[in-house]
Design a protein around this ligand. Structure first.
Ligand SMILES: [Zn+2]
Length: 354
């Protein structure tokens, strides 16, 4: 084993980083739908972006929002297009992360709670006010299926009153878990996995320095998900760790926990890095100020993600052991529901007979 070096984290194609709509890959159908809604001025007050993890839903949410509020969009196109300039006050203030009328909410723990909503943007009361600096007030709910009932009910009351210039964009990879009233109310835009050829072409275009073999492997491992394919392409260590874990899960050999650990560690490093950049704290201060409970949540999330990544790779392997995907899904749920990770792993081992 080479000596462990500090995890180098590649730039992730996050919503803030994509400078132009043209840089978004794949999802031609969804983009056509969005373009048509914007051109006809038919974009609803509640938009649901649905589809598997790793397809770029959150990125797309930010592109839609910026197209809606860009000050030059209407001027330049005699109507709205799926486009934004990137330079006007609206575009640049959103890109700098410093725009109070553009809010992104992500679950901090198990649920998106009323307390979180109150702490992060002073509750939903602002949603009833006309925006004062942007043309629309934007709320993006990432993983919106984590809205708990109380938060969901507050939000629903708001949606019923339908504030005219407030737009809610709900992003979810589990539409079945969305509160039914939110699900039935929103304008749905669905994303689907890219074909292997399309994904390969996109990766070669965006990462021209990557070798053909690495691209081919990232395509095989990512089941048509661009965000994940790019991530795996840029991280050889991750690809190897995912493969090791998948081999154990698929073949029933070796130590499950030992194989999961390197991948979970890498996921944890990434989550921790994100936590640091979100909190604006130094690593030293964060270690002191971020409570142990939060760190445990991150560790559990990392383990769940490790199994999730192994599941994609297992998906591409034939023959697939019966029940492995169900077992992995159950494992992920158990881990995210605060079950002790070691107990969850033991349950998975029993279920898979390894
Ligand atoms: Zn603009």
């Amino acid at each position: 084993m080479p000596p462990r070096r500090k995890q180098e984290l590649p730039e992730r194609a996050g919503p803030e980083l994509l400078a132009r709509v043209e840089d978004f890959r794949g999802q031609a159908l969804a983009r056509k739908v969005i373009e048509a809604y914007l051109q006809r001025g038919r974009m609803a007050g509640t938009i649901l972006l649905l589809g598997e993890r790793g397809l770029g839903k959150t990125t797309l949410a930010s592109l839609i929002a910026r197209s809606l509020v860009c000050e030059r969009n209407r001027e330049q196109h005699a109507g709205q297009r799926f486009w934004f300039c990137g330079e006007c006050y609206a575009c640049s203030s959103i890109a700098s992360g410093n725009q109070p009328e553009y809010v992104t909410v992500r679950p901090r723990g198990q649920d998106i709670t009323v307390t979180q909503v109150r702490e992060e943007f002073d509750g939903f009361s602002s949603a009833l006010l006309h925006p004062s600096v942007l043309s629309h007030r934007i709320f993006i709910f990432d993983d919106a299926h984590h809205l708990n009932e109380e938060t969901g009910n507050q939000l629903l009351k708001l949606l019923e009153e339908a504030p005219e210039r407030t737009v809610f964009i709900m992003v979810s990879d589990r539409p079945g878990m969305l509160l039914p009233t939110i699900h039935s109310r929103g304008q749905k835009i669905r994303l689907s996995p890219m074909s292997a050829a399309e994904l390969r072409a996109a990766l070669l275009q965006d990462e021209p320095q990557a070798g053909g073999d690495a691209v081919a492997e990232a395509v095989r491992m990512s089941a048509g998900r661009y965000v994940d394919a790019r991530w795996l392409l840029l991280n050889r260590d991750w690809r190897e760790a995912v493969k090791r874990l998948a081999a154990v899960l698929g073949g029933g050999r070796g130590e499950l926990a030992a194989s999961a650990r390197p991948l979970a560690d890498m996921e944890l490093a990434r989550l921790w890095d994100k936590e640091l950049s979100d909190s604006g704290l130094s690593e030293e201060d964060a270690a002191k100020l971020i409570p142990a409970a939060r760190r445990n949540t991150l560790a559990r999330l990392a383990l769940g993600l490790a199994y999730d990544r192994a599941a994609w790779w297992a998906l591409t392997q034939q023959p697939l052991r019966r029940g492995i995907l169900d077992a992995l899904a159950e494992m992920k749920t158990r881990v995210s529901q605060n079950c002790d990770p070691e107990l969850a792993q033991a349950a998975l081992s029993v279920r898979l007979g390894i």
